[in-house]
Design a protein around this ligand. Structure first.
Ligand code: PNS
Length: 165
């Protein structure tokens, strides 16, 4: 029997219902799924690394085969370190495809034994992105239904806190 560990890498700034949908799908087909948050100070995230890890841990606690981790440097090096055989990435629309294809082929060039597996989120999340969720929240719009309620609350206090500075 094969025991396949997959990595679902990303920034998760913040976690959306689209990410959670993909984590649930991934947890069903892989033996182990590692949700790996990129440590990258350059991206200037809204949520700190600890906050993003906390949200991920909170909302994935119900999956026995999902764990949360961080990585820095090349994703392929991290994959070797944790003995992962697959990378999980979500494709929402055709516009995601070009970037995802380039990344998948580059990762294959760097580490041919690592397979990228694409999954589509539920149609209802096909237009959800962390970037848009942050923009809407900053401009006072509602993100209800796009992120878990607790994330929505943290997003509100984050953007309110920032605007008071
Ligand atoms: O959530 P994101 O921002 O779409 O995730 C992008 C991520 C973290 C998967 C990508 O930036 C990445 O893998 N970064 C690590 C550095 C690396 O390996 N770069 C070469 C990719 S071909």
């Amino acid at each position: 029997m094969k025991d396949v560990t997959a990595i679902y890498p990303g920034t998760f700034d913040p976690l959306t219902n689209g990410h959670l949908d993909l984590i649930e799908r991934g947890s069903k087909i892989f033996d182990q799924l590692i949700v790996a948050v990129l440590i990258n100070a350059e991206k200037d995230p809204l949520f700190t690394l600890e906050e993003r890890l906390g949200m991920l841990r909170e909302f994935t606690a119900k999956y026995d085969n999902v764990r949360i981790d961080t990585f820095g440097g090349l994703l392929v090096d991290y994959a070797k370190q944790v003995n992962a055989k697959a990378l999980l990435r979500g494709i929402r629309a055709i516009s995601d495809y070009e970037y995802e294809l380039q990344m998948a082929l580059m990762n294959r060039k760097l580490f041919p034994d690592l397979e990228t597996v694409f999954m589509m989120p539920a149609v209802s999340y096909s237009y959800v992105s962390s970037r848009l969720v942050k923009e809407i929240a900053r401009l006072g719009g509602s993100v209800t239904g796009l992120v878990p309620q607790a994330v929505e609350e943290r997003l509100q206090s984050k953007v309110n806190g920032k605007s008071k500075k």
